[in-house]
Every structure is written in C-alpha cells, then in structure tokens.
Design a protein around this ligand. Sequence first.
Ligand code: NAP
Ligand code: MG
Length: 507
Amino acid sequence: MADYKLLIDGELCEAASGDTFATYNPGKGEKIADLPKAGKEDAERAIKAARKAFDEGPWPKMSGAERAGKLREIAALINANAGVLAELESLDSGGTIRKSSLADVPGAAGAFEWFATCAETEADRVQLPPAVFPQSDNYALYEPLGVCTGVIPWNFPFIMLSWKIAPALAAGNVSVIKPASLTSITALKLAELITEAGILPPGVLQVLSGPGGTVGEELASNPMVDKVAFTGSTEVGRRIMQLASGTVKPVTLELGGKSANIVLDDADLHQASSAVLWGTFFHGGQVCESGTRALVHKKIYDEFMNMLVEKAGKLVIGDQLDFTTDLGPLVDRSQAETAERYVKLGRDEVGDPVCGGDYPAALAEGLDRQAFFQPTIFSNVPNSAKIAQEEIFGPVLCVIPFESDDEAVAIANDSIYGLAGGVQSSNLERAQAVAARMRTGTVWINDYHMISPDKPFGGYKQSGIGRELGTYGYNIYRQVKHVHVNPETSGFANHLQYSALNGDLIA
Ligand code: NAP
Ligand code: MG
C-alpha cells in the first residue's frame, strides 16, 4: 500500500497494478514515503474520466465567477495547510524550508488567486467591429479547450503544479497532471486535500505519480487530450512536441535556460554582486531561469569578483529544514554528480574555479555529503566554453568579461536558450536599452528571480513556446470562436454584396 494516493475521477486510489515507488529526502538519503506508481492503464482511465467530466459534467458550463470561487477555496486550503505543505516540499525536493515556506507555498496559492481573478474579469464574449460586412453582428466567444494535461519537473514541484492546474481549471478545462518522479508528494497531498474538502466535481482534476516514459507519454499523445503543458528539459520538450503532433495538440513548453546577468560598469557593486549571487545560487542553481552566466564589465571586474567570492564564501550549506540554511542538498546525488562532471570539464576548459568546485568538506552528522555541492565560480570564461553554453542545473556560475554594452548584448544572445536575464546598472535608461535587445522572455533590472503570477513568463528560442502566467497564461487555455450573425433572417445582404464582388450568383 502506498502512503499517498492517485486522484482519478474524484477518488483517491492505488495504481491499477498496485505498484509503488519510494521517494527520498535527498539531504539524508532517507526514504520518506511509498507512492503509487501509475502506469499506462491509470493514465488512460484518468484521461477518460477527464474527457467525460468535460463533455458531460458541470465544470465547463459554470460561470467564470463560480469557478473563481472554487479556485479561491483551493488557495485558502493551501494557505490553511501551508506548514505541512512547505515541510513536505522541502523534505522531498531538498529545497530550503525558507524557499518552500516563503516562495513555493504562498506562490502556489497566489497562482490560484490570480487565475480566479482572470476567470472573473477576462470576458468570454467580445464584440467585434463590423469592418468588412457592415450589416452583420460579429463576436468572439472564448471557450475552454477541453482536457488539458500537464507534465512537471522536480525543481519547483508545488508551484509548477499550480501553474498547470490553476489556469486550466479557471478557464473551464479539466486537468490531468503528472508530477516529477523525484518530487511527487506535494502534488498527491494537494489532491488529497482538495478531494477531502469536496471542492471539485469528479473528473475535473486527476493527479498521477508515475514514470515520464509511460504516464508522461500517454498524457502527451492520447487522442482524447486537447492540450499539453510541459515544464522540464529541452530534450524531453522536443519529445512532447513530437507526441502531441500526432493529433495536432497545442503545446506550452517551459524548457531550459542559460541566462545572462549583465553587470554594467555603473552598477552599485554591492547590490550587483548580491543580485548575481542570488540569481545563481538560489535553490542551488536548480532554477530554469538562473543567471548562470554573469557578464561583468572589465572596468569593474576585479573589484566585483572580490565582493562576489567573499559573499559566496558566506553561504550556509546544510539541512534544508533548518531556516538558516542558504543551500540545501540538490534534488539527488545524481544532480550533484552532474555539477561535479561540469566542474571537471570547466577545469579543462578554463582552469580552476575561483571558489567551490567540490562536495562540501564537512556537514552536520546525518547529512549525505554527496547530495550537496559547494557554490562554484569560474572566472574569465569564454562564452564559447561548454560550461557557458550548456545548462548545468547546479550551483555553478560562469563569469564572462565584456567591454561595451554591444558586446554584452551579443554575448548574452549567443545561446540556444532565451528564458531570462538581468541587467545591473545605476542608469535605468541604459539598462532598459540593454534589456530591450536581449532575446529572452524576462529581464530583471537591478533584481533577479522576480516572477509573479500576474506577469507573463516563458522563453524565446529553445527555452520554450508560449507564456505562462499573466492574462497571456490564462488565454492559452482558451479557444476563440468567431460567430457571424446575419440579422436578416430572410435575406443575404452581406453575402450578396460579397458574391457581387466575386461575380458569383446566388440562387
Ligand atoms: P525532465 O527530465 O525533462 O522531466 C520533466 C518531466 O517530464 C518529469 O515529470 C518527467 O517524469 C517527465 N518525462 C520524462 N521523460 C518523459 C517522456 N519521454 N515523455 C513525457 N514525459 C517525460 O526535466 P527535469 O530533470 O525534471 O527538470 C530539469 C529541467 O527542467 C531543466 O532543464 C530545467 O531548465 C527545466 N525547467 C524549466 C522550467 C521553465 O519554466 N522553463 C522550470 C523548471 C525546470 P519523471 O520524473 O518520471 O522522469
Ligand atoms: Mg524526493
């Protein structure tokens, strides 16, 4: 028996096979719980239940205001269980308790609140101007897409869950979600809370923990699915697109990044070094939009590096459940090994890092050293180096010198990715001119990582397709239908006019 259950068709249940898999606290290498391991059969049943709920159930027919009320109930439920959810999130993912309690859990509640507001305020019928056919009445109806599936990664499990469920449900769709296998607990916990509170009609939300290769592939390819939203690696994103193409499903993809944080020569160096430190080492660099390339003007390079390295040396590595910890474990040992592998490569490419570069020397008893990694900084990295081009997803920063704003922009844009970036400067006009030239979905000026549910987020280039959040992120969950009404019930005024233009006759 699993410790948590799948949610399918309004019921909490085991996997059809009865299979389970264990999930771990990476900090201590200890098992936390056994989770149900859904397979293809469960995924098919979940999609069928969702299809029925959409085609026959009350959810898509409810008013936006009614659905908003339900979403606000979910937000309140998250807030009421914030402590438990934050602790589970932190235990399961390795993210610090500071992150989970101050960012992840309130951020997820905030996403449900925001999309509730969208459901209330975004019109579902918009009058269109009578431009070409003046005697007609034309309007657009905004309608839900249908069955929307979501496949999410392990780095921000709870917030990513909210970003997939909240907009889909707000717009009147039904949802089937697969969390990442390394971090499925909070998704299953939320499913349990929502089900026990009886907030949603059956079939509106399904949550399936299970392998990407089976459950994820089904969610992306099943012909009954109308839309797929995916967050994760660029490699799996390509696979999702291929699978979705079989029945021409729209996809939203939020993929990898190698974002540039540009420090201009007029920046306040204390602030800029903190922005670079936070931009890179928050959550051990396991953030898709991390500023893992710091581009620093040559004029201030040495002074900036001294400050940065000094600050990096003060970061506290330790148990993720301790509120004073800055860097907890990475999501598992293999992620730390990836960091180690890239550091080895970096030593060959550019020489030794100026700090870090290894597993921590010593940690409190009971912690698994091999799941942690020191904050690591490589200096004077050419942008062509592999460590500057490939996503590492660990606490490894490349610092790259530049001499002009033009050069900084060129380096920033010399990447297959385009998710985000930063500009640190005391001249806001100059910073905004640089920001305008960066080919990325977000730019933070004198800041970093500021994502809010009411602002669009997503990538250029191979960082993805579409935008989540904001009203943009609401409208990608809606179809638009044009209705043309000829008010003459016994005459084709417009049609005849059109036909006359074409020289055709209407009998
Ligand atoms: P991943 O390997 O791409 O996995 C993401 C999700 O896809 C997981 O739920 C995974 O399931 C599932 N999956 C794996 N293979 C699949 C397949 N063949 N078909 C369908 N689903 C499949 O990524 P990750 O390692 O979890 O996360 C790290 C990556 O995500 C990084 O590249 C990072 O940049 C990116 N990311 C991007 C954003 C963004 O907003 N742009 C946010 C967070 C993360 P299993 O867990 O069962 O393998
Ligand atoms: Mg875990």
